[in-house]
Design a binder for this molecule. Structure first.
Ligand SMILES: Cc1cc2nc3c(=O)[nH]c(=O)nc-3n(C[C@H](O)[C@H](O)[C@H](O)COP(=O)(O)OP(=O)(O)OC[C@H]3O[C@@H](n4cnc5c(N)ncnc54)[C@H](O)[C@@H]3O)c2cc1C
Length: 378
C-alpha cells in the first residue's frame, strides 16, 4: 500500500518533510509537492542581494532539481484547502490525500504599514532587496532606519544583520561618519530568548555608534516629510528606510478554517492539527518558536516521523522540542550563532557563540548542505 501525501508549500518545511518521507518510503510513497513558485531561495540571500554580493537570479534553486523517489513537484497556485476531506484545489486541478501537510509560510501584510511599499523600501522580498541594492550605493549622508512593523517577523536577527552589514558597507565607502544607523523594534531587547546574544548585539551597536530604539513598532512611513512614525506617535527623521513587514498567513489558509487567532496552532508535540491526517509546519504556525528556516525544518522532521509512525502503526516520535539555531552576520566576515530552545523548559532559553570566521564558514555550510540534500547541487 502506498502512502498518499499532499504537501502544500516547498519552503524549508515542505522540502525537508518531503525529503524525509522519500528517504523512508521510496516507491511506497505517492507525494505531491505543490508550490506557486518555480524555485526556492534562502531568506538570508536577500541580504546578499541588498549589499550587491549576489544577483536575485543567482540565488534561486530551481524545483526541477528536487528529484526524489515517490515525489512529484507541481508548480501551481493553491486556491483552496479542505482539511476535512484532505483535499487541495489549485488553479489546475484537485489533489486528494491520506495525509495533508500545510507548509505555506507567512505572507507579508504591506497594507498594515502605510508608506511601506513592496519592492521599494523593504528588504524582505527579492524585488525590495534589489531596489534597496540600487539606492544604498547612493546613500552618502543622513539617517538610515531599519524598522520592524510588528512581531512576529521573519528571522529575528535579520534587522540587526542588515544594520551591521550597512555599517560595514558605508565604512568601506568612507562615508560612515556622515551617516546614522538606527534599528526600531517592538521588543525590549534584540533577541528576547537570549539576553547574552542581546547584550553582544547592543555592545556592537555602541562600539559602532548605532542606535537601538526598543519597545516601538513602526506604524507608518511618511516619505514626503522623511519621517518614520511609531506606534506611540513619536517620529524619527529618516533619509533611507529599510523595512521589515508585518506577517499574516496566506488568504487560502484563513479561508480553510485551519486558523485560530490568525495562525494555525497544531499540537506542538507532533504538529498535528485538529483535523485528522492534517499537519502544519513552519512559519504558517504559531506554537512558540520564531519564524525561521531551521525551526520550520525541525517541525518538518517531527511531523514526518509522526506521519511514518501512523502509517506503520509504530510509536510516535519524541515530542518536538522547539530547538533551533540562528546565525547572525556581524559584518567583516564574522558570524555569531545562537542556539535557542523554545519548548523544552518553562521559558525559552538561548546559548550564544561569539562572532568568528569559523561560524561564517559554518553558515555557508548550512546553505550548501541543504542545496545538496534537497536539490542534489554542489
Ligand atoms: C531577510 C530574511 C533573512 C532570513 N534569514 C534567515 C536565516 O539566516 N536563517 C533562517 O533559518 N531563516 C531565515 N529567514 C527566515 C526563513 O526564510 C523562513 O522562516 C522560512 O523560509 C520559513 O519556512 P517555511 O517552510 O515555513 O515557509 P517558506 O519557506 O516561506 O515556504 C512557503 C512556500 O509556500 C509557497 N506558497 C505560499 N502560498 C502559496 C499558494 N497559495 N500556492 C502555492 N504555493 C504557495 C511559497 O511560494 C513558498 O515557497 C530569513 C527571512 C528573511 C526574509
Amino acid at each position: 500500500m502506498k502512502l498518499r501525501v499532499v504537501v502544500s508549500g516547498a519552503g524549508f518545511g515542505g522540502l525537508e518533510l518531503s525529503t524525509i518521507l522519500s528517504e523512508a518510503l521510496g516507491d511506497r510513497l505517492d507525494l505531491t509537492l505543490i508550490d506557486k513558485s518555480d524555485s526556492f531561495a534562502f531568506g538570508f540571500s536577500k541580504l546578499d542581494v541588498m549589499f550587491g554580493h549576489e544577483k536575485p537570479e543567482g540565488v534561486r534553486l530551481a524545483y526541477r532539481h528536487f528529484q526524489k523517489p515517490g515525489v512529484r513537484f507541481r508548480q501551481e497556485a493553491i486556491t483552496g484547502i479542505d482539511p476535512k476531506a484532505k483535499r487541495v484545489k489549485t488553479e489546475k486541478g484537485i489533489y486528494e490525500a491520506d495525509v495533508l501537510v500545510i507548509a505555506l509560510g507567512a505572507d507579508y501584510d504591506f497594507k498594515a504599514t502605510p508608506g511601506l511599499i513592496e519592492g521599494e523600501n523593504e528588504f524582505y522580498t527579492f524585488p525590495g532587496a534589489k531596489q534597496l541594492g540600487e539606492i544604498i550605493p547612493q546613500f552618502s549622508k543622513g539617517k538610515a532606519v531599519i524598522g520592524i512593523s510588528a512581531t512576529p517577523y521573519k528571522c529575528p536577527p535579520a534587522p540587526y544583520e542588515a544594520a551591521f552589514l550597512l555599517d560595514d558597507y558605508l565604512t568601506k565607502r568612507g562615508v560612515r561618519g556622515a551617516c546614522e544607523i538606527s534599528v526600531v523594534t517592538p521588543f525590549a531587547i534584540p533577541i528576547p530568548p537570549s539576553p547574552e546574544t542581546s547584550t553582544a548585539i547592543l555592545a556592537a551597536f555602541s562600539e559602532r555608534n548605532m542606535t537601538f530604539v526598543p519597545k516601538k513598532a513602526v506604524k507608518a512611513i511618511d516619505a514626503a516629510r522623511r519621517l518614520v512614525i511609531m506606534d506611540d506617535n513619536s517620529a524619527l527623521a529618516c533619509d533611507l528606510y529599510l523595512g521589515v513587514p508585518k506577517l499574516r498567513v496566506p488568504d487560502v489558509v484563513i479561508e480553510s478554517g485551519l486558523t485560530e487567532g490568525g495562525w494555525i496552532v497544531p499540537d506542538p508535540k507532533n504538529l498535528k492539527t485538529k483535523f485528522p491526517g492534517v499537519y502544519a509546519v513552519g512559519d504558517v504556525t504559531r506554537i512558540g518558536p520564531p519564524k525561521a528556516g531551521l525551526f520550520a525544518e525541525g517541525m518538518a522532521r517531527v511531523a514526518a516521523l509522526s506521519i511514518l509512525a501512523d502509517f506503520r502503526n509504530g510509536t510516535q516520535p519524541p515530542h518536538y522540542d522547539g530547538a533551533g539555531t540562528c546565525y547572525i552576520e556581524f559584518g567583516g566576515g564574522q558570524v555569531a550563532r545562537v542556539d535557542v530552545n523554545f519548548l523544552s523548559g518553562p521559558t525559552p532559553t538561548g546559548r550564544y557563540f561569539a562572532p568568528s570566521a569559523e561560524l561564517f564558514a559554518e553558515k555557508k555550510l548550512f546553505g550548501s548542505t541543504r542545496r545538496a540534500r534537497w536539490f542534489g547541487l554542489k
